[in-house]
Structure formats: structure tokens, C-alpha cells
Design a protein around this ligand. Structure first.
Ligand code: NAD
Ligand code: DAU
Length: 336
């Protein structure tokens, strides 16, 4: 199968490419990525010489570029990861989020429609459901109440993707995963930021009281779920993908401090994220029943592996934390 992966130089897209090429035969992958601040070709360096793999630098919101990509690659399937993925950045600057997450998805759907691409998996997020009160868990029919420009744009792109099934009979499925963690995650998200700071004995900024709850999913478990949806998911359907491991942020931070032998005095309570969702909770029962998928990684083991990866790859972290990253953090969070 010829697969066009978008955003494959980012955290989850690169894990998907590495895993798919390692485990599946009879596969060709074209990775189209604009290489924004979050895209890093080091994430796919291990497959760059694989003859089944090609990289194309292009913007998914550029219709002319996408037409050329589809004409050259002739994908049988699209797995669409490319997005502006960080909630805090979407609050500081919503414009690129709308452009990539909404317009980019539209541009890809149109290209796939024109080229009669057989399968389209749109990778989305549990954040579209917004904050969920105890003891409820969202299934795929739960109302959409996104809080941030990021999650609102993802919710819009989900609906757009599903409309291409309803209206144009395209073979589209939407996945909605919970918080991912694992190697190669850009150190702006909670777990990699806290690990990277802890390893350098820098302060760990906890928003508000730190009692917000997230469900944690190891990145390879997410990628296997996407593979299952690509192969066996039904057209027009949404599939939640959760790690079945809910924890308050403060507990996650404490475990990272313990794993890195650092004191809790490194914790800094900083001002809260505007519109901060208190709790995410989803059920993945539909995906489990239909495909047999289940998460394989216990949080404790996954976190230990992740901490070890950041210990072993200090140069990767130093590289992504230089230049534009440093300027961005000094400008926006310098007073922390
Ligand atoms: P990431 O920020 O690590 O990577 C995003 C990638 O997309 C980067 O390589 C970037 O260069 C590329 N990109 C951005 N704008 C682009 C554009 N206009 N054209 C082409 N490429 C572009 O993100 P991630 O954490 O790997 O997330 C991937 C997908 O998974 C996103 O759609 C996100 O919404 C979804 N998701 C993420 C999580 C999570 O916890 N990280 C959870 C659920 C769903
Ligand atoms: O739920 C899935 C979503 O998970 C994905 O769709 C997003 O792409 C991904 O970024 C992630 O969104 P979150 O906003 O939940 O992730 P983040 O790592 O930014 O924050 C996790 C929690 O930790 C959240 O409650 C905010 C808090 N936090 C985050 C950072 C970066 C802190 O307390 N301090 C921090 O410095």
C-alpha cells in the first residue's frame, strides 16, 4: 500500500512511520511535512535510507503543493497527522492553527477527493469533547465542547472530514486520542518539558493547582491503534483511543522528579492556562471491540522508557531547545 503520511517529522507521525516500516511489509510511505518548529528530520533519520520511504517538504494548506504531491505519490491511503498541536501556542497565536488544522485538512480532503484516494484517516484528539465531569467518560457520540483555538480547529476538521464521507462517500475515519507521551516529543508538552527541565535541575512550571486530570497513552500504542483503524476501521466512523491511565498533572510531575532524582522544591506553581480543561476522560471500547486493539504499555514502564530516552538523547533536546525555541520561551514565559 502507498501511504501519504502528513506531519511525519513530528512526534506521533514519526513514531507511526518508524513502526509501520519496521512491522509491515508491502508498504511505501511518503512523508509530507512543512518542518515547522515542531518538525524535525532527526525523528525519521532511522528510516531515511529505506527505499520504501520518501520525504517531501510541503505545507498541507498549500493547494498547489498538495496537488503536485498527490499526482506524484498517487497515495492509496492518507494518514493525516500534520497540525499545530500545542494548546498554549494556539492561545498565544491562533492564526497558524486555523490555517493548518482547518484549511490544511480541507486542502487534503479535496486533493484526496480529486485523486479518488481509497482511504483517509484523520488523526484527532479527545480535547474536542472539552472538560468532562466525574464520573463520566466520553464515547464517540459525546457532545463536542472544545475550549481552545487548537481543540476548536480540530473539532471543525473532524466534522469536515466526516462530511466528506456523508456527502462524497469518501472512505474517511476519524481517531480521537488522549495525551500521548514517549520519545521524540517536543519539550513544550507536559511530560517532555518536565523531564527535560528536571534533567537540567531547572524549575518545573505547574499550571494552577496541578489537579487537572489527563489520560496518558504511550505513543506506540497510539500508532498501533491508528494502524488498526487504517486497516479495519469503518468508513464514516470515529474511534476514541485512550491509554486507560488517568492522573492529575501534579502526580505526573512528582513521578518525573522521582525518576530523575530531583527534589520537589523544583516545582513552580505558575498562572493557569486560560480556559484550562479540568479533566479529560474517554472510553476506547468501540475500537477495542471492533479491532481487538488494547494499549500495551503500563504508564510506569512507559514513563521510565521515556525518561531514559531523554537522558540518552540530551543532544536532541539541546538542539530543539536552541534558537527559535529559546527566543519563544524567553518572550512568552521569561518571567517564570
Ligand atoms: P507535533 O507538533 O509533534 O508534529 C506536528 C507535525 O506537523 C510537525 O512535524 C510539523 O512540522 C508538521 N506540520 C505543522 N504544520 C504543517 C503544515 N501546514 N503542513 C505540513 N506539515 C505541518 O504534533 P504531534 O503531537 O505529533 O501530533 C500529531 C497529530 O496528533 C496532531 O494532529 C494532533 O492534533 C494529534 N494528537 C496529538 C496528541 C498528543 O498528545 N500529542 C494527542 C491526540 C491527538
Ligand atoms: O488530549 C490530547 C491532547 O493532549 C492533544 O490533542 C494535544 O495535541 C496535546 O498537546 C495534549 O494537549 P494538552 O493541553 O493536554 O497537553 P500539554 O502537555 O500542553 O498539557 C498537559 C497538562 O499539563 C495540561 O493540563 C496543562 C498542564 N501543563 C502543561 C505544560 C506545558 C502544566 O501544568 N505545565 C506546563 O508547562
Amino acid at each position: 500500500m502507498r501511504i501519504l503520511v502528513t506531519g511525519g517529522a513530528g512526534f506521533i507521525g514519526s513514531a507511526f512511520i518508524r513502526l509501520a516500516l519496521a512491522e509491515a511489509n508491502d508498504l511505501q510511505i511518503a512523508n509530507v511535512d512543512a518542518l515547522t518548529y515542531a518538525g524535525n528530520l532527526e525523528n525519521v533519520a532511522s528510516v531515511s535510507d529505506d527505499i520504501r520511504y520518501t520525504f517531501i517538504r510541503a505545507d498541507v494548506a498549500d493547494a498547489t503543493a498538495m496537488e503536485a504531491v498527490f499526482a506524484a505519490v498517487r497515495p492509496e491511503a492518507v494518514v493525516h497527522f500534520a497540525a499545530e498541536s500545542h494548546v498554549d501556542r494556539s492561545i498565544l497565536s491562533p492564526e497558524p492553527v486555523i490555517r493548518t488544522n482547518l484549511n490544511g485538512t480541507f486542502t487534503l480532503l479535496e486533493a484526496a477527493r480529486r485523486h479518488k484516494t481509497e482511504r483517509f484517516v484523520h488523526v484527532s484528539t479527545d480535547e474536542v469533547y472539552g472538560s468532562i465531569e466525574e464520573p463520566h467518560e466520553a464515547d464517540e457520540n459525546y457532545p463536542l465542547r472544545p475550549s481552545s483555538p487548537y481543540s476548536a480547529a480540530k473539532a471543525g476538521s473532524d466534522l469536515l472530514a466526516l462530511s466528506y464521507f456523508t456527502t462524497f462517500k469518501m472512505n474517511v475515519s476519524v481517531t480521537r486520542a488522549s495525551n500521548n507521551y514517549g520519545p521524540h516529543q517536543f519539550p513544550e508538552k507536559l511530560i517532555p518539558l518536565m523531564i527535560a527541565n528536571a534533567l537540567e535541575a531547572k524549575p518545573l512550571p505547574v499550571y494552577g493547582n496541578g489537579l487537572q486530570v489527563r489520560d496518558w497513552l504511550y505513543v506506540d500504542d497510539h500508532c498501533r491503534a491508528i494502524m488498526a483503524v487504517l486497516e479495519r476501521g469503518r468508513a464514516g466512523q470515529i474511534y476514541n483511543i485512550g491509554g486507560s491511565r488517568s492522573l492529575p498533572n501534579l502526580e505526573v510531575v512528582r513521578r518525573i522528579l522521582a525518576a530523575t532524582d530531583q527534589p520537589e522544591s523544583l516545582i513552580r506553581y505558575v498562572s493557569d492556562r486560560p480556559g484550562h480543561d479540568l479533566r479529560y476522560a474517554i472510553t476506547s471500547e468501540k475500537l477495542e471491540l471492533e479491532t481487538g486493539w488494547k494499549p500495551q504499555h503500563e504508564f510506569e514502564a512507559g514513563l521510565a522508557e521515556t525518561v531514559q530516552w531523554y537522558r540518552d538523547n540530551a543532544a536532541w533536546t539541546a538542539n530543539v531547545r536552541s534558537g527559535a525555541y529559546r527566543d519563544f520561551y524567553e518572550k512568552n514565559y521569561g518571567s517564570r
